[in-house]
Design a binder for this molecule. Sequence first.
Ligand SMILES: [Zn+2]
Length: 84
Amino acid sequence: MDDSILVVKAVLGPLRSWAATQTHVLSAAEQSRTDRYRFDRDRSRFVVSRVVLRTVLGRYLSLDAGGIAFDDWCYRCSRHHAKP
Ligand SMILES: [Zn+2]
């Protein structure tokens, strides 16, 4: 593996409807988090970001997007809320 870094910028608007059809790749925890968002804008932003992240990683790593596990455990406060 090389030391390159891939930066992906996802524009929310155009991806929103596509991402809504791909929620089957989200984990149970991500589905639960999606359901807890109060505002559509925040829910949609989370879904697009996770679906895009899983899709890009899945393609680069030749893995099923829904089979990727993220560790979001925060070692400072012992909760699940850190960046994956
Ligand atoms: Zn924390």
